[in-house]
Design a protein around this ligand. Sequence first.
Ligand code: FES
Length: 399
Amino acid sequence: MTDLSEPIAKPEHEGAPIAPPLWLLAELTYRCPLHCVFCYNPVNYADHTRELDTDQWLDVLRQARALGAAQLGFSGGEPLLRDDLETLVAEARKLGFYTNLITSGIGLTEKRIGALQEAGLDHIQLSFQDSSQELNDFLSSTKTFDYKKRVATLIKAHGFPMVLNCVLHRYNLPHIGRIIDMALAMGAEYLELANTQYYGWAHANRAQLMPTKAQLDEAEAVVERYRNEIGDKCKIFFVVPDYYERRPKRCMNGWGSVFLGIAPDGAALPCHTARSLPGLTFPNVTEMPLKDIWYESDAFNRFRGFGWMKEPCRSCDEKAIDMGGCRCQAYLLTQDPANADPVCDKSPHHERVIEVVRAASARQAPQEQPILFRNDANSRRIAAEASGNGSEQEGENQP
Ligand code: FES
């Protein structure tokens, strides 16, 4: 495996300077009232309990804006668990960010939404797990479906543009028409139907969540039918899972290219799940100015440009299109983050993706092994196993 702890030379950029970050994701906390089986937070999130305080976050916002970031997402975990969210939104507005709250809705009361609006919040993205109470509540291991519906009404009543988000997988793909009906009934302007990306908890539950090709084809046909019927009333985004593609996605638009994520403890990340890559040390905003982190740090320079690429990426005439795909996926599937993303059919490891897809189609039912809910006990157990101290403690697979 490529040793990521080795210092690297400055990346080659074909003469072009490193562009500033455009998109800041502030992951305010890993705490969350939900226990979603596809959560992209690190599976060992329970090891990272420290959170930046209000002043530290305010400083991050100021530094990021000075660097050039313009879009700001408040995310988590559940960002509403931070009672300084309104303060942060107000500062972000003052600085000129376009702000988006990415939320499960839990904690969004009439009082709170009013305060956030007054603070200048621009946009709310509300997640649902399904159109049915039964599946919504099962997948999040909570009883939150009715609550979320009330939150959707609140968002509309306050005049926010509303994006509904629903992560798709084997369980809810057959409900896609009903999910769209639900979004239309709620008055959503945008519906993001994002097929699961297999990182974090979703990777741990991949065998249960991976859909069949037939499910995906049917879902795409349903989406197309709705698009033709409803026109501009609601814009539907349907993101195909990349395991079914032959070329990888240009993940994060390229490592260290536009995206800057700050984890709850202040670690600066070039993508949401970069923490899973072994050997990389992520600089912390409490120890280094954001400008140095973005332009100078080893972690952000590691996969910038093309100099880090191995074959087949290095000599590929499509490398400037996909930038080698996703580093985290390359690591998860080939154990080397400097390999080509094996979604690419030019990768010598592409067969690993094909095997997963084949197994998904051969599987009759999704629940042949217990599904793993995101919770502290499971997180600690997985972290202990990864560090070689695996205990006999069973993961919690019941809500
Ligand atoms: Fe980390 Fe793609 S998710 S590089």
